[in-house]
Design a protein around this ligand. Structure first.
Ligand code: NAP
Length: 367
């Protein structure tokens, strides 16, 4: 596997969970029918978005997790305690209309929960990833033409969940779910997810710089594609898919409507945030010669990244996925920037000091 996909996924575990997210419950109408939903996970990044939206729609939610991550996050939601690694007794003898599986990273774990819950849940929605696709992915591919990533060896369950075989393991998990649930299996394949609670620096880096009003070094080409989806848009749509009841199969869940390009994406952020920042585009080959630090917040510059930043989302759009403007995502995140602890000197790539140094060298080199 090339480093491209791996790098923009690895940072996803970097920081802990936020407190429960506010949802504009008064703007979300109750669903036509109430569902009993089981959420495997629920207290990390996207789980809280799912749960808050589901509660606002009037659904009954049960979480299943180890009780380690943010245990007090949802005091009024039933929490079943166990472990994907075979400790599933708490799930026995219960029935739900649907399950959302956020915490499946190993095929054995997916198989155990899928088989145990079979006959006790209607639909099984598995949160996969576009990383489940092989590096042969083409821009013209869709969910049904793209090839799965392959393991190339036995699954090592001691591997970090976001380790090198993350995508191939997600592909195997999907296959386990589909084998057990057939048409009742829904495999959601997000790309880069951001929004309130995003534990990575992939958007927050830019927002911090923009809030500070700094000159911002942007490595690379201005016309490269980029797709970020707000977790709130993703999770609201996932819940509505379950309400509809007839969703089935794989869905690429990537934003936005049109493939963004790096330049309008960043300029749009500057404008929406009212920032004084200027963007200085710096040749990527030049940057690589100056520093080995990897700007994880600029995933579109990775070798081989383009097809993974321009994934076809037609199927999701046809089923009701919508996007808020990226500026709204940015401002929601800025309002809560300080709730996520970060190392002020190392914000996911270049430190602010290193960035200033590189900018000075770049300007000097340009004469
Ligand atoms: N972030 C992205 O850009 C991105 C992109 C594509 C796909 N995804 C996928 O999105 C999914 C959602 O991740 P998330 O962190 O946001 O989910 P989440 O549901 O918000 O958080 C992870 C949950 O899983 C629980 N958990 C972890 N290990 C467990 C275990 N062994 N047994 C039982 N529960 C366990 C954690 O609680 P405890 O620690 O208390 O057990 C926590 O509640 C992942 O599958 C990821 O692959 C993310």
């Amino acid at each position: 596997m090339k480093t491209s996909r791996r790098l923009f996924i690895q940072s996803a575990t970097a920081l802990g969970a936020l407190a429960a997210l506010p949802v504009c419950a008064n703007t979300i109408k109750p669903a036509a029918r109430q569902l009993r939903l089981l959420v495997l996970g629920g207290t990390g990044f996207i789980g809280p978005h799912e749960i808050n939206y589901a509660l606002a729609r009037g659904h009954q939610v049960t979480m299943f997790n180890r009780g380690k991550t943010a245990p007090g996050m949802f005091p009024n939601v039933e929490a079943l305690i166990g472990d994907r690694n075979g400790e599933l007794d708490a799930l026995k003898g219960r029935d739900w209309d649907a399950v959302i599986d956020n915490s499946g990273f190993f095929p054995r774990h997916a198989r155990l929960s899928a088989e145990l819950l079979h006959g006790h849940v209607g639909q099984y929605m598995f949160v996969s990833s576009i990383s489940a696709y092989s590096n042969s992915l083409r821009v013209e591919d869709d969910e049904f033409t793209a090839a799965y990533a392959s393991m190339g060896g036995p699954v090592d369950e001691s591997e970090h969940i976001y380790g090198p075989t993350y995508g191939a393991r997600k592909a195997l998990c999907e296959q386990e779910i589909s084998r057990v649930y057939g048409d009742q299996a829904i495999n959601i394949r997000p790309g880069i997810i951001t929004g309130v609670g995003d534990p990575t620096e992939r958007l927050r880096h830019w927002l911090r710089r923009m809030v500070a009003g700094n000159e911002i070094l942007v490595p690379g080409e201005q016309n490269l594609p980029v797709q970020y989806i707000d977790a709130a848009d993703l999770c609201g749509w996932m819940i509505r898919l379950l309400e509809d009841g007839d969703a089935s199969g794989p869905y690429n869940a990537v934003g936005a409507q049109e493939p963004y390009r790096a330049r309008p994406f960043l300029e749009g952020l500057v404008k929406a945030t009212g920032s004084r920042s200027t963007l200085t585009w710096v040749d990527w080959e030049w940057v690589k010669k100056q520093t080995r630090e990897i700007p994880s917040y600029a995933p579109w510059y990775r070798e081989g990244a383009t097809p993974f930043m321009q994934v076809n989302n037609d199927r999701a759009l046809a089923s009701g996925l919508t996007f808020r403007p990226i500026g709204d995502t940015a401002n929601d995140m800025i309002a809560r920037l300080d709730e996520v602890a970060v190392d002020a000197d190392r914000q996911g790539g270049f430190s602010a000091a290193k960035e200033a140094e590189l900018l000075a060298e770049w300007h000097a080199a340009q004469g």
